[in-house]
Design a protein around this ligand. Structure first.
Ligand code: PA5
Length: 443
């Protein structure tokens, strides 16, 4: 389904970059398989494409059909791992302009992924006069951004449909037992979906967290899971010909060689949120204990006209991982112009994809010449099955990478620091001492 090409990274690596890591990779593979490495309690995603809850999966499909029938808009409320995966899949498989280009089904709006008053008001303006439903997603059920957004949308729904009508339009995806959202969903009688205990937010796209919104967008979630299951089978096989082993080893080798930044590049605007999902996956999994590649992303060719200068000649601290879709979904040809005032007739009759292909080839050569190793991942199809496989590939390689780096790839203790300060400054009960201390510092 995809091909990993390391020939433009290998010259920057020692000859034994892969063989010298084979033993560590085998150890990482075994820990992921058995769930007995650091953070092993959160490796439920490893076998998820095979072991997922089939009854819940059927409920997700039924709920999605209902939402597609009775709603012109769906508001997906969640932050971080509770929304990025769904948005990534919807945009790659449909379009970043999904709400304008969709054929049937609800428009999908994402809310609760920030604290912008203007952002939230805009979503309210878009949906308030439409038939709409809400999918609120929070594993902990206590995250401030989605909790605040949900309170606002719940009130809006109740005002519009009454309490009983609103109840039928709210779908809650949360922990099976714990958290404020679980308590609220039980009390109000919302339809509930589960974020499994053993799956952390950034690995949760193939649970109800991602699957319900994705199905509401009309995407075939059976194919998505099928692709992930095929990748799971393939990538579980030990050996240095395993592409996840190769990707993890190459990243680690480049990191050890002084490349501290990994740029995920793609030539498709629809890939933007996939890159956002990938950044969270790798950033949260590896960035700890003073270690870790900094994951960043660029969209080519647009960013060649903004970040291209730095990539070519700035600090030599980065490498690129280029995700290349082998085929465009639709072709457009450059027309002939008898006057040729713009001098472009040498391209007449060529497709835009041909021009993009030549740009890609030129960029790889230029960046490699400029000291930027390139890892190239060619993806054959842009469909649900292939995307499921790609998601699993990045998740699995991330688990391996974290263990190669000797960190716990499944926790995120650093995220709490800002939350505690914000709670204290907002006057949350229980944070009184910290509030005094912080306010004294703020002067
Ligand atoms: O990966 C993670 O753990 C985070 O990004 C969480 O998904 C994010 O903070 C949202 O958390 P919750 O789903 O508990 O609201």
């Amino acid at each position: 389904m995809f091909k990993l090409d390391l020939s433009n990274a290998a010259p920057f690596l020692p000859e034994d970059w892969l063989s010298s890591r084979a033993a560590a990779l085998e150890k990482a593979r075994a820990m992921l398989e058995a769930g007995n490495g650091p953070g092993g309690d959160f490796t439920g995603w490893v076998h998820l494409p095979r072991d997922y809850d089939k009854e819940e999966f059927a409920r997700i499909q039924t709920a999605a059909e209902r939402i597609r029938r009775d709603s012109e808009a769906l508001v997906v409320i969640g932050i971080g791992g509770s929304y990025l995966g769904a948005r990534a899949v919807v945009e790659v498989l449909n379009s970043p302009n999904f709400n304008l280009t969709r054929k049937g089904g609800p428009a999908i709006y994402f809310a609760g992924c920030g604290l912008s008053s203007d952002g939230l008001t805009e979503v309210i303006d878009q949906v308030r006069d439409k038939e709409f439903s809400v999918n609120v997603i929070s594993k902990s059920g206590t995250t401030t951004e989605p909790a605040v957004a949900f309170r606002i949308f719940k009130a809006l729904l109740e005002e519009k449909y009454g309490k009983e009508g609103a109840r039928k339009r709210i779908y809650a995806t949360t922990d099976v037992k714990r958290g404020a959202l679980k308590g609220l969903a039980d009390a109000e009688g919302y339809e509930e979906f589960v974020v499994p205990d053993a799956v952390g937010g950034r690995y949760s796209v193939l649970t109800a967290v991602g699957l319900l919104p994705i199905a509401c967008a009309g995407i075939d979630i059976t194919a998505l899971m099928g692709g992930a299951a095929a990748a799971m089978e393939e990538l579980a096989k030990p050996g240095t010909d395993n592409p996840a082993w190769q990707y993890a080893a190459a990243r680690h080798g480049l990191y050890c060689a002084g490349k501290k930044v990994e740029l995920l590049a793609c030539y498709e605007p629809s890939f933007r949120f996939f890159a956002e999902w990938w950044k969270q996956l790798y950033g949260e999994s590896e960035g700890k204990d003073g270690k870790g590649l900094f994951p960043a992303s660029v969209e080519f060719t647009a960013d060649l006209h903004s970040m291209g200068q730095y990539i070519q000649q700035g600090e030599r601290v980065m490498f690129e991982t280029v995700v290349r879709f082998a085929k465009s979904q639709r072709e457009i040809e450059i027309p002939n112009d008898p006057d040729n005032v713009d001098g472009l007739n040498f391209l007449a009759g060529k497709s835009l994809s041909f021009v993009a292909e030549k740009a890609f080839q030129g960029v790889v050569l230029a960046h490699v010449d400029g000291g930027v190793p390139n890892v190239i991942l060619t993806v054959e199809q842009r469909d649900a099955r292939t995307l499921g496989a790609l998601i699993y590939f990045f998740e699995y390689a991330c688990g391996l990478s974290g263990y190669l780096l000797e960190v716990n790839p499944f926790d995120q203790p650093g995220v709490e620091a800002y939350k505690n300060n914000m709670y204290a400054l907002l006057g949350k009960p229980g944070y009184e001492d910290r509030r005094k201390e912080l306010e004294a510092r703020l002067g």
